[in-house]
Every structure is written in structure tokens, then in C-alpha cells.
Design a protein around this ligand. Structure first.
Ligand SMILES: *Cc1c(COP(=O)(O)O)cnc(C)c1O
Length: 254
């Protein structure tokens, strides 16, 4: 595989287009007095092969995201020499904590106390064995309360996309902050399906401010995907998770 193989060319083009969108959104946000720092681009490689991860690495990508442990662990092992930062962004079962801390730099999808306990336990062992750095932990928040019209249909698949109810955020943040091996990095969310993302990301920004007031280092805001990264940047996103606009479509159902 070389830089002029056709797939690398396609990825390079799409990556450049996404970087351009990010640059434009950062400039637009700065022009209105918002945060102007460049967010970290996490390229979500789920369903795409390790060869694509290597292509992206050669194109300057340092951060990649995956949402299933089995796939992520295999890919991380396959391209271990590429020195990437792996971000785990999907629903995580506690019994997968041991596997995930073997390769992940960050977990963006922390949504319950039992998972925090499992990650702490496995990180303590992992750090004794490998001396690895603390695991960055983002609290995933359910933002459906930003939409009164969705509250009426609670538990509807169109509503919440997983995560903690905002009222549980501070309690969980304190738990992470008190855990060995875990670094409280900030908040994460996926905007609800089928509605404009702005109310969700505005709520996320308010929740982030509340978190930072209690935990000044926890400034991360992981928000924004292919279709809504501009709205997320306008609300102060520090980490974008972009898949399909760079890698192309995923299989619809697995
Ligand atoms: C797949 C996924 C993304 C990327 O979504 P795209 O629409 O492909 O950019 C972002 N965040 C999470 C949690 C995901 O599962």
C-alpha cells in the first residue's frame, strides 16, 4: 500500500474536505466570540479494515474511534506499530473493561457506576503491568431532555441515544475523579435522531460548564459527527467523532 493507491486518494480527499469544514466552523465560531481552539478530530473507523486505519495514519490522523470491543481490539493489535490513540465510543459492557484498557487511550461512553468500578479495577492492574498513562474518561449524557417534544415519547428509539440523565452527572464525575487510573476528561453526547442538534449541544455546553466548575481539568466536550460537526463546534466541542464522511458508508445493518 502506497500513498498513491486509489483508496488512499479517496480518503485523502474526504479527510481534506472534513478538515476544511472544521476550519470554517472554528473560524465562524471565533468570529462570534466563541471558543477558537481547534478540536481534536477522531476518525471513526468501525466496520472498515485495518488497512484503512494505516492509510489514515499516513495521512496524518493520530486519533481513531471504534464502538465495539471485539473489532477494536483486533484492529488495534493489527496496526499496533502505527502508534495511534484509540478512542472507545460505544456501549461498553463491564466484562470488556479489561480488553479495552489494553488498547484504549480514552473511553467516551461512560454511563454508569458499575462500569467506572470495572475500569478502575482493570486499570490498576494494567498500570502495574505496563505503566500505561491514566485512561481518559468522558461521561456520556442523554440530551433528550433538551427536547420537550421527545419527553412525551420517553424510551422511543427516536429519543435518547444512550447515556446518563444529566442529574446523575456530578455524582458520576466525583466517582471517576476518585478512581485510581482514571482521568475525568469531560462530557460526551450523541444528538437525538430526527431533530435539530443545536438544543442538544447547547445543553451539553451548559452541563460541561457545570462539570468544569467542580472539576476544572475536565474541559473535554466530545460531540459532533459527520452531519452535525458544525453545530457541535459552535457549542465548544473539543473532540469530534467523524466516520462516514471520511470512510464512506457503513453496512446499514449488522
Ligand atoms: C459511528 C459513530 C460516530 C460517527 O458517526 P458518522 O455519522 O459516521 O460520522 C460518532 N459517534 C458515535 C458514538 C458513533 O457510534
Amino acid at each position: 500500500m502506497t500513498l498513491d493507491d486509489p483508496r488512499t486518494g479517496i480518503l485523502a480527499e474526504r479527510l481534506a474536505a472534513v478538515r476544511q469544514r472544521i476550519g470554517a466552523a472554528v473560524a465562524a465560531t471565533a468570529a462570534t466570540g466563541g471558543a477558537a481552539a481547534d478540536p481534536t478530530l477522531i476518525v471513526v473507523t468501525k466496520f472498515h479494515p485495518g488497512a484503512d486505519v494505516l492509510r489514515l495514519r499516513r495521512l496524518g490522523v493520530a486519533d481513531v474511534g471504534e464502538n465495539r470491543d471485539q473489532e477494536a481490539a483486533a484492529k488495534a493489535a493489527e496496526v499496533a506499530d502505527a502508534h495511534l490513540r484509540w478512542h472507545f465510543i460505544g456501549q461498553l459492557q463491564s466484562n470488556k473493561a479489561k480488553s479495552v484498557v489494553g488498547y484504549a487511550h480514552a473511553v467516551h461512553s461512560i454511563d454508569r457506576a458499575s462500569l467506572i468500578a470495572a475500569l478502575e479495577k482493570t486499570m490498576v492492574v494494567e498500570q502495574q503491568q505496563t505503566g500505561r498513562a491514566n485512561l481518559d474518561c468522558f461521561l456520556q449524557l442523554d440530551l433528550s431532555s433538551a427536547y420537550p417534544e421527545l419527553a412525551a415519547q420517553a424510551n422511543n428509539a427516536q429519543g435518547g441515544r444512550g447515556g446518563l440523565t444529566p442529574s446523575d452527572m456530578e455524582k458520576m464525575a466525583d466517582k471517576i475523579a476518585a478512581s485510581a487510573g482514571l482521568n475525568l476528561a469531560g462530557v460526551m453526547a450523541v444528538a437525538p435522531l430526527g431533530v435539530a442538534p443545536e438544543p442538544a449541544f447547547e445543553l451539553l455546553a451548559r452541563l460541561s460548564a457545570k462539570l468544569v466548575a467542580a472539576h476544572p481539568q475536565a474541559t473535554g466536550i466530545s460531540a459532533g459527527m459527520s452531519h452535525d460537526l458544525e453545530a457541535a463546534i459552535a457549542c465548544g466541542a473539543t473532540h469530534l467523532r467523524v466516520g462516514s464522511d471520511i470512510l464512506g458508508p457503513r453496512p446499514a445493518v449488522l
